[in-house]
Design a protein around this ligand. Structure first.
Ligand code: LLP
Length: 417
């Protein structure tokens, strides 16, 4: 195929903002040559442009700040729960959403001020609630009558809470990540809000929360959400959840952040503090996964499988949601031959990408899959007793391991035999 000069090639907007092709035609993330990263740290690995995450946090804050004084940006840490990331967003001054006692532990260890933390979960255990209360977690987002009962017993007088509701809004996205419909395991129905309020004696309700789903490209659902919640009563705060979609492939055109913030604020009363909880849109495009191609299997007239040294263990999203990704050979960008990228795990469904054009993939090539920064590391698992990959932060040409690769010894570390 024809080789374009590196400078003429533009990277798809799914890559980190500072990603580029260097003079050798290799991908650089955070100023680091991905081939050198693969040599130094091995594959598979999650590689992040640190500045990309910081820039996105600042964009969120700026987008709100130019429109209102009453706002709070909260990092939904389930998207990428690693200590270094909690630290980074704590430094950026935003707040933190924890979905469990474990995430709370990570956030506190990384230095998040407890009062900036929101604890979520549709079935928080008593132990989790006690942990939160003991550590002075600022706001607990209560999800059920049973939880109100538990908290009334253990929380200090005037513990701040928000009430999670299901507003009956169903955005267009995969059904597994729709959460705002009435038929949901999460939250209270709107009609139950007065009764929930009545049962609170010691808790201090400071507003409503709703998260309608994830990977959403429509904005009218957010306008509707603010309208529905502000119709339920007068509250100092409304938390409109997260869910802004990102581009996974060059065809995806998610809404601009500014337009999203406009939609959140459009129907919220002026004096109400609007909270939002982005996860994916803060970290998703900042990260890429790198793999080594291990086999190329041609089935004439059928398809070519190229197998990499990772797959469903480090990226469950294709299997779980049919999520689509793109890929490139890190040293030869631009497609040529349409192939299927398979994982190395013992499942036929362990396919990372069906039909992607790559420039003549060969054994030993480094394959890069962009936009794996959210819910990749977060949902990594040990199927087939595969050690999980490291996380590498890159910035100004320097790379540092912030989560080391798991070892075989880690796989037996919890055994009691
Ligand atoms: N707030 C709450 C209460 C949530 O439940 C979530 C995500 C968020 C905020 C952040 O949503 P985001 O901005 O990241 O869309 N594993 C799935 C995503 C599950 C999201 C669960 N809740 C995936 O890989 O697509």
């Amino acid at each position: 195929m024809s080789i374009m000069p590196a400078a003429a090639r533009t990277l798809s907007h799914v890559y980190p903002a500072d990603a580029r092709l260097n003079d050798a035609g290799h991908l650089e993330v955070g100023g680091c040559d991905v081939l050198e990263l693969a040599r130094e740290f091995g594959t598979p690995a999650y590689v992040y442009a640190e500045d990309d995450m910081r820039a996105r946090a600042r964009e969120y804050v700026d987008a709100f700040r130019t429109r209102t004084e009453h706002f709070e940006v909260i990092y939904a840490s389930k998207a990428f729960p690693a200590t270094a990331v909690y630290k980074l967003f704590a430094e950026e001054g935003i707040s933190c959403d924890c979905a469990s006692g474990g995430e709370l532990h990570l956030a506190l260890k990384a230095g998040f001020a407890p009062e900036r933390i929101y604890l979520h979960g549709n079935n928080k255990t008593e132990a989790e609630l006690r942990y939160a209360v003991e550590r002075g977690v600022g706001t607990i987002v209560v999800d059920s009558f049973d939880e109100i009962g538990r908290l009334e017993r253990i929380a200090p007088e005037r513990q701040k809470v928000m009430l999670r509701v299901t507003p009956g809004i169903k955005p267009t996205t995969h059904s597994y990540i729709q959460t705002g419909q009435v038929d949901s395991k999460f939250g209270f129905s709107i009609d139950d809000v007065p009764r929930a309020l009545d049962t609170m004696k010691r808790l201090r309700l400071c507003g409503l929360h709703a998260h309608i789903g994830s990977q959403i490209f429509e904005l009218d659902v957010y306008e509707k959400l603010a309208e529905v919640l502000s119709g339920v009563g007068d509250w100092p705060k409304l938390n409109l959840g997260g869910g802004l979609g990102i581009a996974y492939t060059h065809e995806d055109q998610p809404p601009a952040l500014e337009d999203y913030v406009d939609a959140l604020l459009k129907n919220a009363p002026d004096d109400v503090t609007v909270l939002c909880e982005p996860g994916r849109s803060l970290v998703g495009n900042a990260g890429v996964s790198i793999y080594t191609v291990g086999t190329v299997k041609d089935i004439p007239g059928v398809r070519t499988y190229i197998a990499v040294d990772g797959g469903m263990v480090d990226n469950l999203r294709p299997m779980l949601y049919g999520a689509k990704y793109e890929a490139d050979i890190a040293s030869r960008f631009g497609g040529g031959r349409v192939v299927t990228v398979a994982g190395m795990h013992c499942e036929s469904g362990d396919i990372l990408i069906r039909d992607v054009a790559l420039d003549d993939p060969k054994v030993g090539d480094i394959l890069v899959v962009p936009a794996t920064g959210a819910y990749g590391h977060a949902m990594a698992n040990n199927y087939n007793a595969i050690p999980r990959p490291p996380v590498i932060f890159c910035r100004d040409g320097d790379a540092r391991v912030v989560v080391r690769r798991e070892t075989y010894d880690d796989l037996t570390a919890r055994d009691v035999v």
